[in-house]
Design a protein around this ligand. Structure first.
Ligand SMILES: *[C@@H]1O[C@H](CO)[C@@H](O)[C@H](O)[C@H]1NC(C)=O
Ligand SMILES: *[C@@H]1O[C@H](CO)[C@@H](O)[C@H](O)[C@H]1NC(C)=O
Length: 499
């Protein structure tokens, strides 16, 4: 128990600074996180001083340029399935909360983030062929190493699906990402928008025509992002986004036929399950049956949902990446309710829920920790991330990461609000493309709702906007506390298989 009391002392020391309601500042940090995850040659505008070019030979093994895109998490694989979901979700946020994003000054960063992902995904299929690349890097090889992405010298093979070995989840999700992004770019870049839409149709047609679980066709995917709920949700998700992009009723009918049996439950939208998103969009369209479903769901979650003692929403999946679970439910509830009349009961319930979860993330929790890396003196310093760690193995020195990977949402506490800033515990300290997406949407929403409260100039020196010495900024007191914490905890399991 020693380490817990040390952490509590550290938290108390910084509690005045924690509990930020500056969603705009946190949203700004969010896009820095995506920048830090970039693969490929980096542009001159790169804002992450410790990141350089990487993965320049991606696709060389198959004679195709597959450079670019994003590394998934604390490891160094490009898993297209969660990556495409992240692009779909960020586009959704950009479409629905455009003014919140704009009020935070982040419109261009949002578009750059989505374009970086979509540019890579566009490379994953040549028009007219039946080969669709769906992963670069082999998780089993990758997880044997702990290296920064710039230093990778092990094989990073490309994997694909085709008509004899199809993969409906990943091709359906990629179609959804392109369709959603085509809406995001419709006004500002019509040419890019129509390229995306054209590819959305090609990927969708393939996904629909050749149906199979992608992790069966490509067993290498099974240990990492196996889709547990099958692929009907990705087909429906792609169809509803194509409906939104094209207005063609046949896609609407298709989406409805695929989700009609799904019962909304305690879990929000995530990289595996898109049913919630489809049903919420159907409700947004005003279709009675779905309006009823979503309204009942919002009431049920907000009044009978389960919460940790400190107020984090919890469900059956909360033991791994709990904050991603809490914020995904928050985001799932606001897309429909934000359009209800101001002051209506459901709108207020969802708003209170969403704000409580964002505030929990941002320090209003029993530990007083702001779980967005680099946001506050209390923020995690040892998230599970190879490139940021500056270490040559997971448990090697420095135990406090050398680089601050600004904006990443750390996995989060257990269901009793306990958490340690301890790199090897990846269930609580990993960071990932899909972790941030719903949280970012909640931030944009809260800004739009007029709830942003700007933070005072932070006492802790962390200003990433001036490019000096960012990574050696430190607060002695906090750093000492945290290193004691990491040394004290010595019994976490380090099985990385499913990281
Ligand atoms: C699909 O790829 C597999 C190898 O993964 C290959 O054996 C098969 O012939 C390919 N199918 C087509 C139609 O090219
Ligand atoms: C963890 O425990 C082992 C044995 O109990 C000990 O040898 C080792 O030094 C400890 N490591 C840390 C980081 O405390």
């Amino acid at each position: 128990m020693k380490f817990l009391s040390i952490l509590t002392v550290a938290a108390a020391a910084s509690s005045a600074l924690a509990a930020s309601q500056d969603y705009a500042r946190h949203l700004e940090l969010n896009f820095l996180f995506y920048e830090a995850q970039r693969s490929g040659p980096l542009p001159a505008t790169n804002r992450i001083p410790w990141r350089g070019d990487s993965g320049l030979n991606h696709g060389a093994d198959v004679g195709v340029d597959l450079t670019g895109g994003y590394y998934d998490a604390g490891d160094n694989v490009k898993f297209n399935f969660p990556q495409a979901f992240s692009m779909t979700a960020l586009s959704w946020m950009g479409i629905e909360f455009a003014s919140g994003v704009e009020m935070a000054g982040q419109t261009q960063y949002l578009k750059d983030t989505v374009k970086w992902g979509c540019d890579y995904l566009l490379k994953c299929h040549e028009k007219g062929t039946d080969v669709f690349y769906m992963q670069v890097g082999d998780g089993d090889i990758d997880h044997q190493y702990w290296k920064a992405v710039e230093d990778i010298d092990y094989p990073t093979p490309a994997f694909f699906v085709n008509s004899t070995n199809p993969g409906t989840e990943v091709t359906g999700e990629t179609a959804a990402a392109f369709a959603a992004a085509s809406i995001l770019f419709k006004e500002s870049d019509p040419d890019y928008s129509s390229t995306l839409l054209d590819q959305a149709l090609e990927w969708y047609e393939f996904a629909d025509k050749y149906q199979a679980d992608y992790s069966v066709s490509v067993p290498k995917a099974a240990n990492y992002y196996k889709s547990w709920n099958g692929y009907n949700d990705e087909l429906a998700w792609a169809a509803i986004w194509l409906y939104r992009a094209l207005g063609d009723e046949s896609y609407l009918q298709k989406a409805m036929s695929l989700v009609s049996d799904y019962q909304l439950n305690e879990v929000g939208i995530d990289w595996d399950s898109k049913y919630q998103g489809v049903i919420v969009i159907l409700a947004q369209l005003g279709i009675d049956e779905y309006v009823q479903k979503v309204e009942n769901w919002v009431r049920e979650i907000c009044t009978n949902g389960k919460f940790s003692p400190g107020g984090m929403y919890i469900n059956r999946d909360s033991e791994w990446g709990s904050l991603r679970r809490a914020t995904s439910m928050a985001a799932s509830l606001i897309y429909y309710t934000k359009n209800l009349p101001e002051g209506s009961e459901l709108r207020e319930l969802a708003k209170t829920f969403a704000k409580s979860q964002a505030d929990y993330v941002q320090g209003n929790n029993p530990l007083g920790v702001d779980f967005i890396v680099g946001a506050d003196a209390s923020s995690p310093r040892s998230v599970h991330h190879r490139s940021a760690s500056g270490a040559s193995c997971m448990e090697c020195e420095p135990t406090v990461n050398e680089h601050i990977i600004y904006g990443a949402l750390a996995g989060g506490p257990d269901v009793n609000d306990q958490w340690l800033d301890y790199r090897p515990d990846y269930q609580k300290n990993e960071i990932a493309l899909d972790y941030n997406v719903c949280y970012a949407a909640v931030c944009a929403y809260l800004i739009e709702e007029g709830l942003n409260i700007e933070d005072p100039i932070p006492v802790w020196e962390f200003d990433y906007r001036i490019n000096t010495d960012v990574d050696s900024s430190d607060d002695e007191e906090i750093e000492v506390d945290i290193s004691q914490v990491t040394e004290a905890d010595n019994d976490s399991s380090c099985d990385e298989d499913d990281e």
